[in-house]
Design a protein around this ligand. Structure first.
Ligand code: SF4
Length: 279
């Protein structure tokens, strides 16, 4: 809690001085998952051949990000399911090269995999900087309690995420500009200063990030900020979050509004869900 408070104060101070400090950046390190949830906001249920991002690509992306921003309160490492991968501590140690530029690393898991003692001992070396968030997917998260206990033994902070699910960010048929404008206006991802980082690009949301890989919407440079382009400036990042610049991908998104209907958590599909692929 003390780290969080200090980090929020630091973020506020940087913004006051005119710097670019954001609330959170989510690094997608793998699309592989142990579950196939019908309403996954990262669209994992559409992937037929989910891949893990090459580690050097992830580390390159973190470097590109840190070149452009002054601070992020939280850096999240997510999948898919991150504990399908080994040596998560390597991600943490590489991110820590920029430890003046973030407050806390949050690692999220769905509680379906029990990491080994060796894995957790590796992470425990960085316990000062990390927090593990275990999603409670009502019965699917079979290791929820035992993982919590094991993390406690390794003195790694952890939090259970009991958040309810809503009908958010699903692929729909292409809508018109007016729909996209309203969708974006009501979107929770558009108003906060959270970003997703995947393959050298910053996105508003999992829908746009995974949609780019899946090609579930036509390609458009308006859907992301390209950190691989040497000409990209921090002004481009600020503009991307401005109310006037609607990503064209919002035409294909079912929305991410705070009043969307509640749904059953983590309902499973037996096969990847089909969708229209744009060439
Ligand atoms: S695609 Fe647009 S409307 Fe959908 S979640 Fe992302 S920013 Fe919001």
């Amino acid at each position: 809690m003390r780290i969080r408070t200090a980090s929020l104060l630091k973020k506020r101070k940087i913004i006051k001085k005119g710097g670019l400090a954001v609330s959170a950046v989510t690094l997608i390190v793998t699309h592989k998952c142990t579950l196939r949830c019908r309403n996954c906001a990262a669209l994992i249920h559409h992937f037929k051949s989910p891949q893990t991002m090459p580690r050097e690509q992830v580390f390159r992306d973190v470097g590109l990000l840190m070149d452009k921003i002054d601070y992020t309160h939280i850096l999240l490492l997510v999948g898919g399911e991150i504990f399908l991968l080994d040596n998560i501590a390597e991600y943490v140690s590489r991110v820590l090269e920029y430890k003046d530029k973030f407050g806390l690393i949050v690692i999220t898991t769905n509680g379906t995999i029990m990491p080994s003692d060796e894995e957790l001992a590796g992470l425990a070396k960085f316990r000062k900087y990390i927090n593990i968030e275990i999603s409670d997917y009502e019965g699917k998260s079979v290791y929820l309690k035992s993982l919590q206990e094991k993390l406690r033994r390794h003195k790694i902070s952890c939090k259970i995420n009991n958040e309810e699910w809503r009908e958010w960010q699903q692929i729909i048929d292409e809508q018109d500009d007016e729909y996209a404008k309203n969708n974006y206006k009501n979107c929770l991802a558009a108003v906060d200063s959270n970003f997703l980082l995947c393959d050298g690009k910053l996105y508003h949301c999992g829908f746009l990030a995974s949609g780019a890989t899946l090609r579930s919407m036509p390609y458009s440079p308006g859907n992301h900020v390209d950190l691989l382009d040497a000409g990209t400036t921090r002004a481009d990042i600020i503009k991307y979050k401005s109310p006037g610049s609607v990503p064209p991908g919002c035409k294909h998104c079912g929305g991410y509004a705070k009043d969307a209907a509640f749904i059953k958590k983590a309902e499973q599909l037996s096969e990847p869900r089909e969708y229209k692929i744009y060439e």
